[in-house]
Design a protein around this ligand. Structure first.
Ligand code: PLP
Ligand code: ZN
Length: 412
């Protein structure tokens, strides 16, 4: 906290004190946390980080809440695995998968929620709340339980069973709303004006969003303090993508990366909800809201709050974007599982399928060191792949029956 200067408007640059506020009263632009980077540079070192906990809190100096009172289930420091089989099947060179399926509630949302609820406690809130496409629900319910906070979690009523159960089990209030995420979000904006709750993606959003930077911090540390050439990131609200980019820039700013990072940032969306990718493909600055219809429910935000900033980041870094069909999403899940042994949820399928497309289009190149962000676990979206996979054979319990179907001796 010592290194946080305050909040600053991303549009007009106006400064604000640390408080549960999220839009500029001057221009309605979104607020962002600002830091004293010189002070951070004077204390932070690679050694100091290495001696910290194996979680997002090893980077506490670059986060807007104190490590001492953090609401910590152990989010972060997930494996960065070299993915040679995946690379070979896509005709690429050096590909790495950041496997964020292994977080405490099995998605990258644990990073943002750990920061958000830590801040909520510091600001004196007694109740946590959120509008969720699924993973945020799991994570807020779990971290609120851990912190002893009451919770109200709002979801679209048609969410995957796995995500409903993995939220309800933590015992807070779970409210299923008849409508899509954008309807839920609108309701939550009203509730946020009515109750004194810490709404992680409304009034606490500037702090929440900072948690995503840790994906960039870890990637650089795990690559031996080097930035990759190209990253592929799924887009829902667009916050994750913009913050991954910010994370690499900050590391350079505080002296942890010697060379200025030149990370190309590419975005991934499902065709059934692709307002940002559509604007990119049409070379437009306007993000037209859509009504989502895709199996990638965790990315199904039809009116993305940070869509413009994500688009801008992709343009500035000369990245690309792809939107992929639901069939390609399922194929992407299966390709990653088959080649690397990682079972991703539909958002991961979107990202891998987008990587495939971008490789085919020559936007992601074989001479680049590429990092792909796999942000959620496949067990949460079983219904997406269940119709496509099953036992190789069902047999009676006899050797003969097995031999009738399989002939392992003649296989290589
Ligand atoms: C929320 C989410 C994202 C993207 O988040 P934004 O910051 O809203 O763009 C990506 N993957 C998964 C699995 C998510 O749950
Ligand atoms: Zn402003």
């Amino acid at each position: 906290m010592a290194y946080v200067q305050g909040l600053r408007c991303r549009e007009c640059g106006r400064g604000y004190d640390i408080a549960p506020v999220y839009t500029c009263e001057w221009c309605f632009g979104p607020l962002e946390v600002s830091y004293d980077y010189d002070a951070i540079a004077s204390v932070l070192s690679r050694e100091r980080i290495a001696s910290g906990p194996p979680s997002i809190w090893r980077y506490a100096e670059l986060l807007p809440a104190d490590r001492g009172n953090a609401v910590d289930l152990g989010a972060g420091f997930s494996p960065l695995v070299r993915a040679d089989r995946l690379a070979e099947s896509l005709g690429l060179g050096e590909v790495w998968v950041k496997n964020d399926t292994v977080n405490p509630t099995n998605s990258f949302k644990d990073r943002v929620v750990s920061v958000a609820l830590s801040k909520a406690l510091e600001l004196g809130f007694k109740t946590a709340a959120c509008a969720s496409t699924g993973n945020l629900a799991n994570s807020v319910a779990a971290h609120a339980a851990r912190a002893g906070l009451a919770s109200y979690v709002f979801i679209p009523a048609d969410l995957e069973q796995g995500k409903v159960v993995a939220t309800a089990v933590y015992g807070g209030n779970l409210v299923a709303v008849d409508g899509n995420y954008d309807d839920v979000n609108r309701l939550c904006a009203e509730l946020a004006g009515t109750y004194r709750w810490a709404f992680v993606n409304v009034n606490i959003r500037p702090y929440y969003a900072e948690g995503s930077k840790t994906l960039a911090f870890e990637t650089a540390e795990q690559l031996g303090w080097e930035a990759p050439d190209h990253v592929v990131v799924p887009i829902a609200s667009g916050s994750l993508l913009t913050k991954i980019r910010k994370g690499f820039d900050e590391l350079h700013r505080v002296g942890l990366l010697e060379r200025e990072p030149q990370v190309r940032v590419s975005g991934a969306q499902a065709t059934g909800c692709s307002p940002v990718a559509t604007a990119w493909l049409e070379d437009s600055d306007t993000i037209r809201p859509v009504k989502p219809h895709t199996i990638a429910k965790s990315l199904a935000i039809g009116n993305p709050a940070d869509g413009y900033f994500a688009l801008d980041a992709v343009r500035q870094t000369r990245g690309g974007m792809a939107s992929v069909s639901d069939e390609e999403v399922v194929e992407g899940i299966r390709l990653l599982a088959r080649t690397e042994g990682i079972f991703a949820e539909t958002a991961g399928g979107v990202t891998v399928a987008a990587l495939k497309r971008l490789a085919e289009e020559g936007i992601v190149r074989p001479d680049e060191r590429v990092v792909v962000y796999v942000t959620g676990l496949g067990l949460k979206t079983l219904e997406a792949v269940a119709p496509h996979v099953g036992p190789t054979a069902t047999i009676p319990p006899s050797l003969d029956a097995f031999r009738e179907v399989f002939d392992p001796d003649t296989e290589e």
